[in-house]
Design a binder for this molecule. Sequence first.
Ligand code: PGA
Length: 257
Amino acid sequence: MAEVVIVPSAEAAGELVADSIAALIATKPDAVLGFATGSTPLPVYRALQSRGLDLSAVRGFALDEYVGLPPGHPESYRAVITREVVEPLGLRPELVRVPGDDGGPLEGAGGRYERDIVSAGGVDLQLLGIGRTGHIGFNEPGSSFGSLTRVKTLTVQTRADNARFFDSPDEVPTHCLTQGLGTILRARHLVLLAFGEGKAPAIAAAVEGPLTASAPGSAVQLHPRVSVVIDEAAASQLVNADYYRYAWEHRLPWENL
Ligand code: PGA
């Protein structure tokens, strides 16, 4: 099952996940990281930055990208990853990929991205946020558990949630390219983060709900190594929260994230 770790704050989550990434990079300097965008993973990137690790050999694949934004738009995920991850952490830009960034046509971009992930040896550690619709990546409700990188239509809810990053809600694209649930499940370690009460229903559905394409986050229950790192508010609808706290307090010395 997933290891659910309930932490006091987003900053504490960032430190914990940064520990896990630092340990991975110590053994594999050219590790492949799966990057998420949005507000949720920012504490992880900040915690990593403060450690001053040499990440120049790290390779990365972003989960998703909008379709239809003008090239260079500051809210394209290519621009966000450059600003929040590549530059502050000192990664080499040419080693960090975003869906659809290979210059080829949109049609077939998903298959090409899949091939590139496989050629890199697969993702070692995949960071994930979760949307209020329950999406991971941009896999909105109804996404197949076997889905691979492809074009998806964003829900009205997701477009409204992401409007805060744009000058007007109409500017939020209607489409995206996203890794599929099947792509995400191939990563060797999934780290799902969520903070705040607004994420509590989606976390409860992902961790404790039935496996269903209607709650795409529930796909993580199929993965052998998942760490769900959440604050008290995001954990507030978990039936077994006390057990998760107990299990984490009683973890064995070698049991990290
Ligand atoms: P957020 O988005 O981190 O900005 O809340 C998460 C998501 O939509 O996956």
